[in-house]
Design a binder for this molecule. Structure first.
Ligand code: GTP
Ligand code: MN
Ligand code: MN
Length: 613
């Protein structure tokens, strides 16, 4: 069985010397680390200090082991090739182990915490034999900030430690902040591949048995078997979304799968916007948008996770708790995201991309044609018969400060006050380019009914579209019905200070399957209308499903687009919407008594309007 979660009452039992803790480390931290070391039996223990020298040592270790190879064209950059069986998040191996099954809700995999502790206790017993155990103290958000949180990840993967250096604030300062408190999240990760005396290692050790487990009551994370980012960088999806969403429920704030940006006009207008889209639906792209309309610029604040808390002024204040970007590489190009291309010219860890003959990286969509002499993501000469050169979920990892568009105050501890929240997904039909929710409760309904096509190729009827409420389906650490209630409550608390809520859809298609809307930089036009709605200067028309731009209110100046196409972007097909409501009702039904009545009211209201208008 696993040792208990750290608590200040259990410190006394441990001999701190056994884990070579840095001077001044909190005894509670040391006691917990010692209890983990006793279970995992590593050959040695290394405490991460977050320094440049440490990063270099990790890189040297990984080069020796063959985990990474240099990318000579980009200084300080490396390519990691994972085991071909360890390339993505594993939703079916992700577990929420709450005491009460109801607390996990119908959309999560639940396991009884006691029996899970037994299973994990067996797997983790001696799991780090022959390996180094790294202890990574980290802070999500600036250390000591009013919205920030602390954690410790223990891992036996140097790839994880190096990635954490880029993605979070790692090291001594975070460790010192843990002094005298047990308000930090304990997270244990092992690749699950102990080495016997004299046994040779492989470049990417992992274990086909995998568990990504969360214990919401004790705030613990235990991850076994995979070294892929979403399963192994425990600060990200496991802590900053699944555990943090539970903390947010208990403490009265929000932890969301959102981008965060500021859009500014030369004349002083500005908009702070947070947006939730499901994975691979454009958060990183929108966060780095280069507006095509004159006068506006976008500053990036975050591309994947946002923590929001009501401030003393009654407004909702938001930070990006991360320190870097872990973005999807395929499809990223000078044309679609020049900012991302510019930030990856140096000091980047690439995972599962292809390598060119002249020592650069490549992926599908970077250029039209694949260059000659490519080595694919599995290290073989590229042959289209083996599939794509880069894995479709290939990623880049860079520090946030490397983005040319990063806001100068992106790491301000208090964050920024949110004006607008947008929800979107990949919807080939039906959902208009942009629409405003009538009020907060309607906005929560819009968030709760987010849905998206799994792949752009799978064109099809409503049934093939997956509901992904708030883009949080894989990331909500508790009952999603209770999560909806928490959002509705937040609206009451914020009242007249509540951000305005919108829905967007960049992905509506014409009869030939082409996108109706040019997207990318042109999305600034939609954000400009949103800014106008917030300021009270842009006109809107109330429709059955929400408020849409009035005639001429959406700035289309200089855009080559037919009136008929614009019509189509905003067309409401009442019959199709009524059909969809049947699906929404079934989706809501699974939450039973946990579903807030406000969402039922909104559903009935939309249905009534569609039937009567
Ligand atoms: P995660 O990092 O997995 O959470 O996903 P994400 O939401 O950050 O997705 P990302 O920005 O990486 O989405 C990339 C995909 O969306 C690529 O295929 C892009 O080409 C496409 N995309 C982004 N913005 C637009 C747009 O405005 N129009 C169209 N047509 N495609 C877009
Ligand atoms: Mn994401
Ligand atoms: Mn992203």
């Amino acid at each position: 069985i696993l040792p208990p979660a750290p608590s200040r009452s259990t410190f006394k039992t441990v001999k701190p010397a056994s884990v070579s803790a840095p001077d001044g480390a909190d005894p509670g931290v040391v006691a917990w680390v010692a209890s983990i070391a006793e279970l995992l039996e590593p050959k040695d223990v290394v405490w991460a200090d977050g320094s440049q020298e440490e990063l270099q040592r990790l890189i040297d270790t990984m080069l020796d082991a063959g985990t990474i190879v240099p990318v000579p064209k980009r200084p300080g950059s490396y390519l990691a090739r994972s085991n071909p069986d360890d390339v993505a998040r594993m939703e079916d191996r992700t577990f929420i182990c709450s005491e009460d099954r109801e607390d996990a809700g119908p959309t999560n995999n639940w396991r009884d915490p006691e029996s899970m502790r037994q299973v994990l206790g067996g797997l983790f017993d001696g799991a780090m034999r022959g390996r180094t155990m790294y202890v990574i103290p980290f802070s999500m958000g600036p250390v000591g900030g009013p919205i920030s949180k602390l954690g410790i990840e223990i891992t036996d993967s140097p790839y994880v430690v190096a990635s954490m250096h880029y993605m979070t604030r790692v090291g001594t300062e975070a460790l010192q902040a843990m002094h005298g408190t047990d308000d930090w999240v304990p997270a244990v990760h092992s690749v699950g591949a102990p080495l016997a005396e004299g046994e040779a290692d492989v470049p990417w050790p992992c274990n086909p048995t995998r568990y990504i487990s969360h214990f919401p009551e004790t705030r613990e994370i235990w991850s076994f078997g995979s070294a892929y980012g979403g399963n192994a960088l425990l600060a990200k999806k496991c802590f900053a979304l699944r555990i943090a969403s539970v903390q947010a429920r208990d403490e009265g704030w929000l932890a969301e799968h959102m981008l965060l940006l500021r859009m500014k006009h030369e004349d002083g207008r500005q908009l702070h916007l947070a947006g939730a889209f499901p994975s691979a639906c454009g958060k990183t792209n929108l966060a780095m948008l280069q507006p095509t309309i004159p006068g506006w610029t976008v500053e990036t604040l975050g591309d994947d996770i946002v923590w929001m808390r009501p401030g003393d002024d009654g407004r909702l204040w938001a930070i990006n708790p991360e320190n870097g970007f872990f973005g999807v590489a395929p499809g990223t190009s000078e044309k679609t995201n020049a900012t991302a291309m510019a930030m990856m010219t140096h000091d980047t860890i690439f995972t599962n991309v292809a390598l060119t003959a002249d020592g650069d990286v490549w992926w599908e969509g970077m250029t039209k044609e694949a260059p000659e002499g490519l080595i694919d993501w599995q290290g073989r000469p590229y042959d289209p018969a083996n599939g794509p050169a880069a894995h479709p979920n290939a990623r880049f990892t860079v520090r946030a400060e490397q983005a040319p568009s990063i806001a100068p105050d992106w790491d301000a501890p208090q964050g920024v006050p949110i004006d607008a929240i947008i929800f979107g997904g990949r919807r080939p039909t039906q959902v208009p380019l942009v629409m405003q929710a009538r009020d907060w409760e309607h906005g929560v309904y819009v968030g709760a009914t987010v849905s998206s096509q799994q792949t752009a190729a799978a064109e099809g009827p409503v049934g093939e579209i997956r509901r992904d409420p708030f883009a949080m389906l894989p990331f909500c650490g508790y009952n999603m019905g209770d999560y909806f209630t928490h959002w509705i409550d937040m609206g009451h608390r914020l009242s007249r200070h509540a951000p305005k809520i919108f829905s967007v859809n960049w992905f509506r298609r014409d009869d030939e399957g082409g996108f109706l809307w040019p997207g990318f930089g042109e999305n600034a036009r939609v954000l400009e209308w949103i800014a106008g709605r917030v300021a009270g200067t842009a006109a809107g028309v109330d429709t059955a499903i929400g408020v849409m731009p009035a005639e001429g209110a959406l700035n289309l100046e200089g855009l080559d687009i037919d009136d008929a196409v614009v019509q189509e972007l905003f067309e409401i097909d009442a019959k199709a919407w009524l059909g969809e409501l049947v699906d929404v009702e079934a989706f809501f039904g699974q939450f039973g008594r946990a579903l807030p009545t406000g969402l039922v009211r909104q559903l009935n209201h939309v249905r009534w309007r569609l039937e009567h208008v």
